[in-house]
Design a protein around this ligand. Sequence first.
Ligand code: NAD
Length: 374
Amino acid sequence: MAETVSVGIIGCGSVMQHAYMPLLVNEMARGHASAPIVCDLRADRVAEVQATFPTSGSTLDPQDVIDDPTIDLVVVLTSMPEHGDLAEQALAAGHHVLVEKPMSLSLEQAARLVELDRTGPANLLCAPHVLLSPDYQRMVRMMLDGRIGRPLLARARYGWNGPDWGQWFYGPGGGPLFDLGVYNVTTLTGLLGPCRSVTAMTTLTRSRRVVDGEEIEVQTDDTFQLLLELGDERGSVLATVTTAFGMQQYLGPAVEVYGLDGTVQMLGDDWAPDGLQLWENSLGSWQTFHSRSRYWPWTDGLRHMIDCVRTGRQPYTRPEHAYHVLEVMLAAMEAAATGTTQKITSTFTPPAPMAVDEHGPQHLIHDRVHEDAQ
Ligand SMILES: NC(=O)c1ccc[n+]([C@@H]2O[C@H](COP(=O)([O-])OP(=O)(O)OC[C@H]3O[C@@H](n4cnc5c(N)ncnc54)[C@H](O)[C@@H]3O)[C@@H](O)[C@H]2O)c1
């Protein structure tokens, strides 16, 4: 067990500087992680990070991080097309790895990543970390307790105008399904079980955009509707995922699951939940459950992974789930291109809900006090 986890971060862009690094600073304050070694191909990015955060070293070559035997955990936060190679090399070198989504752009490489996790000395945690949110955990418990009965339909959505940085978001291997819809597919399969088949329609709404101050041609579709057949031994559940780089605002729930005895919905976004609403036929009324996730950051996987490395525990979200989600997304794109429903061959077992104490530290303390006071 490593008391203080030594971290190497590859990719020092927006998400690293604004989301993961502040969380890592908290972990450093708790004595759970040391100041990271940071890496980016761009010297200006590395300089920005070093001017803002504590670091223990820097490099412009990711191989330096991969070859460093003092590093316990490698965090891959690069643009999406680089994820697979960097994660594979880091795992093969014996490091634990947290990789942003998607784990790879190819199923062949994703299968190798799953195998390295299964057979190697190190663990792989793949974003998104939506299964760790306290509101997700509460929702899955309600469903397993039978409070909405047998689920039959579900829907999820996540969209916004799209990034005005990172031209790769609009190139091959980019697009809103890999960037945004991936959260919804992960949430729905976590709640309802593996996907058996998928069909989709996609379109391009804006073929030119200004990104990094430059007008570029968009090379991926930016608007997606997916229809998934999900389910386990309880039977099929038909679910939709709506995602786009072009949605402006919404107020409706992020995720809704309709059962024969009730409905449960997650407010906010599944990466930033804002409470639950539950209809139970037996009560004949809506109940609102205050968010348990108000202080839950979507980067919580890093806190979780650091705890796993320190304690030798296996991460809660398994790479088999991320592989399955990748197969669904690739199949959805194939369905849209060919106009034919695609069968999904991979499967996984959604993890049982966590004990409440496993949710992690500070972000629940306020909530517990609040609930005690009610
Ligand atoms: N931006 C967000 O809000 C957000 C949210 C959740 C997840 N993500 C995911 O996080 C990842 C990064 O997103 P971002 O918005 O920070 O992108 P970004 O373009 O701002 O940053 C990516 C960085 O990776 C660096 N990089 C690329 N290839 C590299 C390599 N081989 N070695 C070292 N550095 C390399 C780039 O120079 C760049 O600085 C993406 O996978 C994205 O899907 C982003």
